[in-house]
Design a protein around this ligand. Structure first.
Ligand code: SF4
Length: 257
């Protein structure tokens, strides 16, 4: 049995009253550390597996499961009324599997619904330890073509896609999210292949997340280069038209945010 007063993890934020990261009103726990380096990442301070300075701000703090759950449970009445709960986000919550698993178990023990936002980039056994008790999964696919995935992220998408298929086979409730980035993965071919694949494995809902530049200042504060600074905005109307076409063709729900 895990001692929730001793099991520790590195987080960089806890955000209450969120409406965008799973059903209902939710508290988001942002874990620090991610194995990927998406060039568009809006939370670059989440990527390193250690505390760091972002301008004058210290990012990252070591906390116990109990400390997190004590904050999360303050909003129980909101979760009950809205069908909400806790969402693990990042960074990549699966990269701290012992901490994430303990958090999930502690939340479930007191009747809190748990969601996760993940890239799915983790060995299956470690991933499943966390996912087994999770109610709702928001799972990213960045590119369908493996060589495009490799070009963008320096890793192929095999592990990510195999893990997704296993989660669906285990009847997990999964929504696939696609960050749509101009001149990167926004081609009709990539979006169409992604939707076709999702349909083929039994995914019922897909979210397209249009590119934005909200995190750009953070790169400056971290003394890091933002490689997409010359990228224009995404044509959202065009993306909506594409999503409608794909929704009709493949009969899956597609939402554009
Ligand atoms: S997977 Fe998420 S947290 Fe990790 S680099 Fe990509 S956008 Fe950032």
């Amino acid at each position: 049995m895990t001692d929730i007063t001793k099991t520790e993890g590195l987080i960089y934020n806890i955000q209450r009253y969120s409406l965008h990261d799973g059903p209902g009103i939710r508290t988001i726990v942002f874990l620090k550390g991610c194995p990927l380096r998406c060039p568009w990442c809006a939370n670059p301070e989440s990527q390193r597996f250690e505390k760091e300075k972002m301008g004058n701000e210290e990012v990252g703090r070591l906390v116990t499961v109990k400390e997190v759950i004590d904050v999360v449970k303050r909003d129980m009445p909101f979760y009950k009324r809205s069908g909400g709960g806790m969402t693990l986000s990042g960074g990549e919550p699966l990269m701290q599997p012992d901490f994430s698993k303990a958090l999930v178990q502690a939340a479930k023990n007191i009747g809190i619904n748990v969601a996760i936002e993940t890239s799915g980039y983790q060995e299956w056994d470690r991933l499943w330890e966390v996912m087994e008790h999770i109610d709702f999964i928001l799972y990213d696919i960045k590119a369908m073509d493996s060589s495009l995935h490799m070009e963008i992220l320096n890793v192929n998408n095999d592990l990510i896609l195999r893990n997704l298929e296993k989660l669906v086979n285990k009847n997990k409730q999964v929504i696939v999210r696609v960050p749509v980035i101009p001149q990167c993965n926004d081609s009709f071919l990539n979006l169409s292949e992604t939707v076709q694949y999702c349909k083929s494995i039994g995914i019922k809902e897909i979210h397209f997340l249009p590119y934005h530049q909200l995190g750009v200042q953070k790169y400056e504060k971290l003394n890091r280069e933002y490689s997409l600074k010359n990228l224009g905005p995404l044509d959202k109307e065009k993306l909506i038209t594409t999503s409608e076409k794909l929704q009709d063709k493949y009969e899956v729900v597609i939402k554009v945010f």
